[in-house]
Write a protein that binds this ligand. Structure first.
Ligand SMILES: Cc1cc2nc3c(=O)[nH]c(=O)nc-3n(C[C@H](O)[C@H](O)[C@H](O)COP(=O)(O)O)c2cc1C
Length: 314
């Protein structure tokens, strides 16, 4: 599955990853208050299309207050699953008692989940971390409370809030959570390559994996994992032709969603990710960043044919 990523998981990104096999994708996290206010940015985050299924909408909230209003507004949108974020480590979020701050209050988290389960028309899931910090690892307790609240599955990022996005993934803790629950457990954390995905499945016994940073500029990670798990075949990354075709397709989707000028700005970060590991690519990237014209941007992308594909991930 494609894990949610704020500032990244828009409709074009989801569609590209789905085209290589991502079986479920999420919107980035959306604050329930923003949903209730129907603001423009939030409506864009909720933008979807018939091919963008199954889709999870991820919500962020400190308490139950705005949930009912948000659920009302969400009935205007098509999606398949509601995920609740109790994992975001950003101080701006946790200071207000949202995201990973809720790991410190498993009962409060369970109360929020119960409201969602009782009122949502789709299955509800939660995303947690192993705990707040190394001294308060409590994912098993949090997960059991969440399961009791009636959720359908649990996502766990195998790091504490304090670790943020670096440091070792706690495979043992994910396994403890998996062993304690009856509902499916989907594991996240350093699923950056097929061998790390394999490690996650092997060491935790998880029911599924969610790929986040491993999909940046590398939607082929889903195809590699699926070919390995379904057919037992190791395939390598894409040849340059396919890389270029995918970049163009992704770029086209972004332009369709956001228009030429804004779209080129949005796509810059994706171009950096797609061209990571190509030796000597900086002048080409710089040239792409100087243009605000779609045709010129596409011509520059064509110049990638001069480069060798980066070596496949191991
Ligand atoms: C840029 C970025 C944005 C993220 N935004 C969210 C988010 O909105 N909601 C969420 O649950 N997790 C978010 N995450 C966490 C990822 O979903 C994932 O759990 C985490 O990155 C660990 O996986 P990885 O090591 O494979 O990247 C974000 C991660 C990154 C790198």
């Amino acid at each position: 599955m494609l894990a949610p990523m704020a500032g990244v998981s828009d409709l074009p990104f989801r569609l590209i990853n789905r085209s290589f096999g991502a079986s479920l994708a999420f919107t980035e996290m959306i604050d329930v208050r923003a949903v209730s206010h129907r603001d423009k940015r939030t409506r864009k985050m909720l933008m979807s299309s018939p091919e963008d299924r199954p889709l999870g909408v991820q919500l962020l909230s400190a308490d139950e207050k705005y949930l009912a209003g948000a659920l009302d507004v969400l009935t205007e949108h098509d999606f398949d699953l509601l995920d609740f974020n109790a994992a975001c480590p950003t101080p701006k979020v946790t200071r207000k008692g949202k995201g990973a701050a809720l790991l410190k209050e498993p009962r409060k988290l369970a109360a929020i989940l119960k409201v969602l389960v009782d009122h949502a028309k789709v299955p509800v899931t939660v995303k947690i971390r192993t705990g707040w910090d190394a001294d308060s690892v409590n994912a098993r307790e949090v997960a059991l409370y969440a399961e009791d609240a009636g959720i359908s599955a649990l996502f766990i990022h195998g790091r504490t809030k304090t670790q943020g996005y670096s440091g070792r993934v706690d495979y043992r803790n994910i396994k403890e959570v998996k062993d304690a629950l009856k509902i499916p457990v989907i594991a996240s954390g350093d699923n950056l390559s097929l061998s790390l995905i394999k490690r996650m499945f092997d060491e935790t016994g998880c029911d599924g994996v969610a790929v986040a940073r491993g999909a940046l500029g590398n939607p082929w990670i889903f195809r590699e994992a699926i070919r390995f798990y379904h057919d037992g075949i190791h395939i390598t990354g894409p040849a340059m032709d396919e890389r270029i075709a995918t970049i163009k397709k992704h770029f086209d989707l972004v332009i369709k969603c956001s228009g030429e000028e804004r779209g080129i700005g949005i796509f810059r970060k994706f171009l950096i990710w797609y061209t990571k590991g190509l030796r000597g690519v900086k002048p080409l990237r710089d040239k792409a960043f100087r243009t605000n014209r779609k045709d010129q941007f596409l011509e520059i992308v064509e110049e990638l044919r001069k480069f060798d594909s980066p070596s496949p991930s191991l």
